[in-house]
Write a protein that binds this ligand. Sequence first.
Ligand code: FAD
Length: 444
Amino acid sequence: MRLVVVGGVAAGTKAASRARRVDPEVEITVYQEEPEPSISECGLPYLLSGMVESRDRLVARTPEKFAEQGIEMKVRHRVEKVLPDTRKLFVRDLATGGTFEDSYDRLVIATGASAVMPPIPGADLDGIFEFRFLTDADEVMRHTKERRPAKAVIVGGGYIGLEVAENLCRIGMEVALIEGEDRVALAYGPEVSERVEAELERNGVDIFTGERVEAFVGDGRVRAVKFGEGQVEADLVILGVGVKPSVELAREAGAEIGATGAIRVDKGMKTNLPDVWAAGDCVETTNLVSGEPSWVPLGDTANQMGRVAGTNAATGEDTLEFPGVLGTGIFQVYDLGVGKTGLSEKDAEAAGYETVSAGVEARDRAGYYPGAEKVFLKLIADAGTGRILGAEAAGSGADKLTDICATAIWGGLSYPDLVNIDLAYSPPFGPALSPVIQAATILS
Ligand code: FAD
């Protein structure tokens, strides 16, 4: 049996490794367009500041390591066409430019996501970069070394733009961040956005919200970014306006594309095509709170989906299921951890819920204990049943609060359940009553 995997980062490499474990006999080839496989893209912002010392630290496994596992990893190879009727693939070797034909018995598509390029005049000027792959980070690092930019502009206030802003500021650049909506971190409620903006501004990042970039201005090289009435100087621009699922290969092969624009799969990660599975940022899944199709491109879920797809592709059966996601995520800007799980208030209302919510500002340890820091938590619940629908946390210990709430939502708990939930307490770890209990008590 020959298994081919298209895409060799989180979902693709997990699928291949899992298939190998399940079936030691299966022949496995992974085609990966980028020059390296198994890249920890989540670490890219920290490469810019030197917090991650070398790019090689972000490559978890080399093709040689895959070969030791009996997995053929063909980097710089792009699969250009899949013919599901004949189970053939057309592959371009990016090193030579030539193409060749291959075939599969079973196929896993893990083509991920790519950066959205906004149609802004001047976007092709030298010094303007997208920030998705290690090769993008390489380009930014090369530009930084050769041109020594002093003024950076980040376009987009999602978590990637925010992390990049911090890391460029840390190496002494003057950093401005421009966001078209009226606040950054839009996936969160306004209370969290305010805290994120305050933390970045306190550390020297200039934030412009409600401003659409109209043009990049320059003379071959970018010199400034123009928006509304204003303009900021720039000799480095990072575009962080979002990502989109890379589905062209699958779509052309006849794979069904879901409402979110990503590949539709069943719980076993199988597409509508015979013997073709898909996993990671290129697929949509179900939001376990709303029951609606959901596209949440994150590294941990890409791995979890890859495990299911790889297992099922190896066995040819529905051995494992991937249930769906809550949309749990976290990021950090300077000293502020920012996490969320489930639905935001806005999304819950859009999904037809009547919501109640409670926000508390607490401490991450007993108030008298040295070093106590602030943390904010908001719990969002269904007004009728009390079921927890979502939570957002910002501050020290946001990771713990987010994960407690994710577990509560996963378990179908309601806020009365959380009032008496038995959580750990000692002064160095939190207040006597966790902010989760405090917020649930307010709702009661
Ligand atoms: P990708 O990582 O997109 O990999 C797909 C690969 O397939 C690519 O290398 C692509 O070149 C290749 N490919 C595409 N088409 C073809 C083809 N036709 N032939 C051959 N190869 C092809 N997630 C988190 O959970 N937490 C974080 O903190 C976090 N931080 C992030 C920070 C940054 C800067 C970025 C960019 C992402 C971050 N993510 C984070 C998201 C996470 O990196 C992705 O969700 C994860 O990498 C998705 O893995 P994937 O395998 O589905 O797709």
